[in-house]
Design a protein around this ligand. Structure first.
Ligand code: ATP
Ligand code: MG
Length: 252
């Protein structure tokens, strides 16, 4: 050995769902690695296994075969080192914004200092919303509350499942910028699942394209210019968007 393991390694990940008689192979021998302070966008057709991969990485769903290693150690249960933002936010409707943000910490019996909580809410611009319930919040506000909950325990890895899908274009870009700023200010790595081509190019240092037919990785696109706040205005951005668009058509 003697080498430094990569921060996150998904090795030989296979998931088979036993669907009434005929079992369904959703992921087959998927290998992905991620460095510290690095990001990956995962794209692919609906039903190809993106959420499944994220849930297994978060320790919320068991793998059929393969392993998830963080700094060389196997993870198979949820840990405070991994923050998760699920598809549709995963907020509890009967809890206020504040209670939702504190939920993960409470479940793990971790005390959160008032100052830490206040600073995070300020960072995300949700200071005024703490007593409101999810149905009283806009989609963008709900999304920020879900992000705050995932960030509260300073995770080393953030897993985001189509976090901005339900938002209008401008709010969406605003929150993409926000995520990028958080990524630069706080030291974490993230995996972002998205259907949106521009979002994948703006936020993924590498873009992993999953293929439904083979249940595996079709292509990995390197995207070294990711991280520039003005990337959307650069010619390279448009080239990458075009490349990803073509690749996705082949993955269908
Ligand atoms: N608990 C389960 N039991 C049986 N089959 C499941 C289960 N969860 C997911 N599947 C199946 O696995 C496949 C992949 O599902 P998954 O939710 O990972 O897709 P996805 O890529 O996230 O799709 P989308 O882009 O629509 O969110 C689907 O065919 C789905 O029906
Ligand atoms: Mg999904």
């Amino acid at each position: 050995m003697g080498t430094f393991p990569e921060f996150l390694q998904i090795q030989g990940l296979t998931k088979v769902f036993p669907n009434s008689g005929a079992s369904k192979v959703v992921l087959q021998e998927v290998n992905i690695s991620l460095d510290t302070y690095d990001s990956i966008a995962v794209v692919g057709p609906s039903g190809c296994g993106k959420t499944t991969m994220l849930l297994i990485t978060a320790g919320l769903l068991p793998a059929t075969r393969g392993s998830i290693l963080m700094n060389g150690e196997a993870t198979s249960a949820p840990t405070h080192k991994i923050g998760v933002v699920l598809q549709e936010y995963g907020l509890f409707p009967w809890k206020t914004a504040n209670e939702n943000i504190l939920l993960g910490a409470q479940m793990r019996k971790i005390r959160v200092h008032e100052k830490t909580l206040a600073a995070l809410k300020k960072e995300l611009g949700i200071e005024e919303l703490e007593r409101l319930y999810p149905h009283q919040l806009s989609g963008g506000q709900r999304q920020r509350v879900a992000l705050a909950r995932a960030l509260l325990l300073n995770p080393k890895l953030l897993l985001l499942d189509e976090p901005f899908a339900a938002l209008d274009t401008i709010t969406r870009e605003h929150l993409q910028n926000h995520l990028l700023a958080l990524f630069h200010n706080r030291n974490f790595s993230f995996v972002l699942v998205t259907h949106n081509i521009e979002e994948a190019v703006f936020l993924g240092r590498r873009i992993v394209v999953l293929n439904e037919l083979t249940s595996g990785i079709q292509t990995v696109i390197d995207n070294p210019d990711m991280g520039r706040p003005d990337y959307r205005e650069q010619p390279e951005f448009f080239r990458q968007v075009l490349l990803l668009r073509h690749t996705l058509k082949e993955a269908e």
